[in-house]
Design a protein around this ligand. Structure first.
Ligand code: GLR
Ligand code: MG
Length: 421
């Protein structure tokens, strides 16, 4: 089956004012939706970041894929490397570690690899999870992702504010967690930190522990703390956290914290490509790696990462960014076939109010998503929704994720310094 044509559609989806170390989410999050058409009349779906630099790279690669066999993933990688050249360097928003040429290649590779898996599954009449070796679980557990947030964006966007309300202290976070747990059934909780002083965030975790005595808890300040602050929080939360995620920056910084705290340290910032694994292992910097097929190079590479984690006794979890149903399906197939993945995966999905896939296939029950059993990814594009979100992209006025500028609308002297505390 050969690729005949590729459509890449940038879309914008409404997104609540979620806070993080950089600032606050814009009122619209951007994604690129890929439709890869073939000479057998089948179309494969994909979803990745919508930032202009990535969109430009995708558009450069797409015409060169005509004639490629959808099973030839090595050929796909070769074309991408040839097209992007040695200086592929796409800037990232910084919350997933440093940009690099290799990471850019991996990001673009993943974007096209997912539709190829979708096509392979559709051609065989089998779900992607079967192509990855078969199910090790019928449903993939996700964790409830908590964010400090104001009630509304500043300035107010042209749509109604979200239903989550304000959560700028421990009480607000517990209320948000209650909604997540009661509404979605999540069995574990992750708090996005780096917003309040570390001791206040530790207090929010302790409040969550009181309210949810049996839920594994995680805290992730995106490298917002010094080594000293990280150790202080780690000691305060001894026995409370399932893992502490990226408390501080860099492999050496994480190693210094790891030596002094009892809980595992997790990362989606200091080990984000294969070249980072060896230096991290040598100093035992991280005990859990959060995979993310979007920047680790797709499903095949994510399986390789899982094998490396198994080899070195490193735990495997899964990272997320604001995403839609195509990505949720890909994440669920991958996790559904990965025995190494023993932690609940991250997802931003509860914050989503609109999607490009036909509803009904992907739903959360008891915090888990059943692995779709239709051919390929098992999800179908809703063309009307795609057109509406594409129009929203044209009108929204953003072409790149930027959490700093909207923060300055609230606090003009905002300085996104890392580490902050
Ligand atoms: O685990 C993480 O670091 C993330 O999920 C990064 C995201 O960009 C998150 O910080 C967000 O959505 O603001
Ligand atoms: Mg993280």
């Amino acid at each position: 089956m050969k690729i005949t044509d590729v459509n890449i559609t940038p879309i914008a989806m409404k997104d609540p004012p979620l806070r993080n170390i950089h600032g606050v989410h814009q009122p619209y999050a951007l994604r690129s939706i890929l439709q890869v058409h073939t000479d057998e009349g089948l179309t494969g779906l994909g979803e990745t970041y919508g930032d202009l630099a990535i969109l430009t790279a995708l558009r450069k690669v797409a015409p060169r894929l005509t004639g490629l066999d959808v099973l030839d993933l090595n050929g796909l990688e070769r074309i991408i490397r040839e097209t992007l050249g040695a200086s592929a360097g796409l800037a990232t928003h910084g919350l997933v570690g440093e940009a690099s040429d290799e990471k850019s290649v991996s990001t673009v590779l993943s974007a096209f690899e997912i539709p190829c898996w979708d096509l392979q599954g559709k051609a065989l009449g089998r779900p992607v999870v079967d192509l990855l070796g078969g199910k090790v679980r019928d449903a993939v557990p996700y964790s409830g992702y908590l964010f400090f947030k104001p009630a509304a964006h500043t300035p107010l966007p042209d749509y109604a504010t979200d239903t989550w309300g304000e959560a700028m202290d421990a009480e607000g976070i517990v209320a948000q967690a209650r909604k997540m747990v009661d509404g979605w059934g999540f069995k574990s909780l992750k708090l996005k930190g780096g917003v309040l002083p570390p001791q206040d965030e530790a207090d929010a975790i302790l409040a969550l522990r009181d309210e949810f005595p049996d839920h594994p808890l995680r805290l992730d300040p995106n490298a917002g703390w010094t080594v000293e602050s990280s150790i202080a929080v780690g000691r305060k939360l001894d026995g409370v956290l399932e893992y502490l995620e990226d408390p501080t920056g860099g492999i050496d910084g994480m190693a210094a914290v790891a030596r002094e705290v009892s809980m595992p340290l997790a990362t989606n910032m200091c080990v984000t490509e294969f070249a980072h694994v060896k230096p991290a292992v040598l100093v035992d910097a991280v005990q859990v790696i959060l995979s993310d097929h979007h920047f680790w190079g797709g499903l095949r590479r994510s399986r390789e990462l899982a094998g490396i984690c198994r080899t070195f006794g490193i735990g495997l979890s899964m990272h997320s960014n604001s995403h839609l149903g195509i990505s949720l399906a890909a994440m669920t197939h991958l996790a559904g076939a990965a025995p190494e993945l023993t932690y609940d995966c991250d997802t931003h999905y509860p914050y989503l109010v609109e999607d490009v896939v036909v509803q009904g296939v992907l739903s959360f029950k008891d915090g888990s998503v059943t692995v779709p059993d239709g051919p390929g990814l098992g999800v179908e594009l809703d063309l009307d929704s795609l057109a509406r979100l594409a129009e929203q992209y044209e009108k929204c006025g953003f072409d790149t994720r930027d959490d700093i500028t909207p923060m300055r609308a609230v606090q003009p002297d905002w300085d996104p310094v890392i580490p902050r505390w």
